[in-house]
Design a protein around this ligand. Sequence first.
Ligand SMILES: N[C@@H](CCC(=O)N[C@@H](CS)C(=O)NCC(=O)O)C(=O)O
Length: 207
Amino acid sequence: MLKIHGRNNSSNVQKVVWALDEMKVQYERIDAGGEFGIVNEEPYLKMNPNARVPTMEEDDFILWESNAIVRYLAAKHGDKEFYPDDPKIRASSDRWMDWQQTTVAPVITPIFWGLVRTPENERKMSVIEANRLKMIDVMKILDNNLSDKPFVAGTNFTVGDIPLGIMVYRWLTLIKNRPAMNHLENWYNSLTARPSFKKNVLEIPLT
Ligand SMILES: N[C@@H](CCC(=O)N[C@@H](CS)C(=O)NCC(=O)O)C(=O)O
């Protein structure tokens, strides 16, 4: 059976299991990383020399990088809406996945680590505040993109919505001092109605 190595509270693991549940693909998730360790042990490092999660194991095919795993699985199991067959829609969906990694993750990560993984008396509030301000600018780009379409790449829910859905969950949950962004909030609310998002993201405590 398809195996996904990685703890369920990792945002990058959540992308993969959310996508798999959307497509109703059977898999086994094996805890690794964080409190479970394992990622620095030789057998794991042979699969993923980055010592990071997730890692996908499909018989002798091993893949790491969460967005690449989501795209591989969607190419194999997804329909033409979820993994768009139209090259322009697919490129747009890909673009939002890349944007999550390159633009959103570096800004939300210091907020998440500061507020969730750092004891209150050790928090660097100036770092959290600087990133809160940067994140507002970044989220405005996404809000604007969603002003004329229900999902990031257009009419349909695609792989491109998954990485950003997880980032926006963290943003809306951790930061209450933020301007209203109606398009972004409407899109996010539509994601919260999806059973696979509830199961793999909303119901997992932020730790
Ligand atoms: N670009 C990689 C990043 C992977 C990554 O940084 N994963 C984090 C968890 S979200 C990790 O492995 N942290 C160390 C650990 O959990 O032990 C991906 O998207 O797969």
